[in-house]
Design a protein around this ligand. Sequence first.
Ligand code: ATP
Ligand code: MG
Length: 395
Amino acid sequence: MQKVIFLKYGELSTKKDNRNFFIKILNDTIKKKLQDKVEVSYDLGRMFIIPKNDNFEEVITKLQTIFGIHEIVVAYRLENKDLNDIKNNLITILQDKNFKTFKVEVKRSDKNYPIHSMELRKIFGATILKNKQNIKVDVNKPEVIINIEIRLKEVLIYFDSIKGLGGYPVSSLGKGILMLSGGIDSPVSGYLTIKRGVKLEAIYFESPPHTSDYALDKVKKLAKLLAPYNNDIKLHIINFTEIQEAIYKNIPHEYLITIMRRMMYRISAIVASRINAKVIVNGESIGQVASQTLTSMSVINEVVKIPVIRPVACLDKLEIIDIAKKIGTYDTSILPYEDCCTIFVPDHPVINPVKNKCEEYEKLIDYENMIYNAVKNRKVITIKEIEDNIYKDLL
Ligand code: ATP
Ligand code: MG
């Protein structure tokens, strides 16, 4: 009898044709994250993880940061499927477990096993009753459920399962580019997108000297907090000063934000095509500010063809904050460093911008050249999830 961890794939297992593909990516992610701490093996129904030094807790904590894992179960694995052997092991396992009521669940995926699950349930129930004092069966509200799975090559015995993060394994559904500001919304959007199996690279627009290195550090910290879910994260840093100053000098101020955001979208789309990202992801939320009315969003959106995903579009700020707290980005997001959007905010930004006016105003600046330079001169850094580089002091 061996104590093991196994994973239930949950949603993954409904994807029949791609199941192998998803499972393989999950296996690679786990191996990368837990490096030489575990042995991993899998079949189409279950993935087994055996901690090498018996450090179950540490391994489970890590597994709880990996998307694509729905349930984590600590189980006893028996290679011998002989009925008497299973019964004896069951008694040993239950020796130190205290409970008053229980229920037995049997799953028999080995369809050639000579005894059916209904019958097995009765047999195991009777064995338990005979060997433990003062307990009884309660099928409705049992204190413990004793699960016994008869599989092709083994028997698994276990009690509860621990909830995993769910979603899909990282990068199993392609790549996106996240517009990452220092705010609350964009890291949450990033998290929710990575959860759907999209590997992200992030893009940040800075305007030195109007924005400080502290603001950049804050974004790096946020990227660092997303890195464990994403298997590291690349951050593209765009110097936006020239564009922003040109807009500020030449364009009616009520259109500053609209046009600034159209420029951000254009740049994000170009970087996306360079890195083969299929979507732009951002933290826009309907109605949150003037640039996030439906009219604003559509006038801004129309400068790019690439789809734009807005995972928090329909959430209230408080709902977004809840997620930010849960994933640990909130405290960093509320640090008070200025963002390039906030320093050039006009008193009365337009709520219903008009596309033709944007186009007319944009002719006043040589934005194509500036965009070309901004993309060409961008800095790209890789923020690692494992602290082996100069960014380790950021957290
Ligand atoms: P957040 O929305 O992240 O809390 P915010 O509210 O300050 O920050 P908004 O002005 O609401 O940002 O901008 C909406 C979205 O545009 C952000 O969520 C982010 O995706 C993107 N964005 C804004 N500023 C920047 C920036 N300097 N660099 C990269 N993306 C940005
Ligand atoms: Mg916002």
